[in-house]
Design a protein around this ligand. Structure first.
Ligand code: ADP
Length: 191
């Protein structure tokens, strides 16, 4: 199986992606996590990426493709979470896979209404603040959340149309176990 997983901020895609990858024994790669680990490196590129993420913007496509393709090198069964984030990335990924003689199994879209997703993100921030966790995400600040949704609507949502028949949409509302069960159900044909 080769899956890309997309959805809005707060859709729960990180949690679900980890569960699905484990279930099917797929390599799980999250571009958000790859970038956050680059930021910790404290190099020039790490700092640049850190500024982009903190502003709620997208890292440029050349950097993103480079980092992802390198992480995927040699992998045949994978679940990529948070990529593609726009149609240009989706096109590049199609070309990349074609060159490797590989095909995407499907693009999984986790569908959650914006009000619900915003509610989840502010809940997560409050819980982290209460626990005084120091690994708060700078991009969970309310003004940045707003920008992330703008970016999502403009850049990422058009993937629904781009993938067309290759996309499977799953209702991402309800509790996490319910959502996992729905995803496993739609993936059955490819087991
Ligand atoms: P979320 O989906 O909750 O916003 P992610 O962990 O997927 O969180 O991504 C965090 C940030 O990392 C994004 O807001 C963006 O700045 C950057 N990022 C992640 N994936 C990509 C990508 N495919 N292209 C460009 N930027 C990305």
């Amino acid at each position: 199986m080769r899956i890309v997983f997309f959805g809005s901020p707060g859709s729960g895609k990180g949690t679900q992606a980890a569960r699905i990858a484990e279930q099917y024994d797929l390599t799980h790669i999250s571009t958000g996590e790859l970038f956050r680990s680059k930021v910790l490196d404290d190099t020039r590129i790490g700092r640049r990426i850190g500024h982009v993420i903190a502003a709620g913007q997208l890292v440029d496509d050349i950097t993103t493709n480079y980092v992802l393709f390198k992480a995927l090198d040699g992998m045949k069964r994978f679940l990529v979470d948070g990529y593609p984030r726009n149609v240009a990335q989706a096109r590049s990924f199609d070309v990349h896979l074609k060159n490797l003689n590989l095909e995407l199994t499907c693009a999984l879209f986790l569908d959650v209404p914006e009000e619900e997703a915003v509610r989840r993100l502010s809940l997560r921030r409050n819980i982290r603040q209460e626990k005084k966790e120091n690994h708060q995400r700078a991009d969970d600040a309310p003004e940045v959340i707003h920008r992330r949704f703008q970016v999502y609507r403009r850049a990422t949502e058009p993937l629904v149309e781009y993938y067309g028949d290759r996309m499977v949409a799953v209702d991402g509302t309800g509790d996490a176990d319910q959502v996992t069960a729905r995803i496993l159900e739609v993936l059955k044909p490819w087991e």
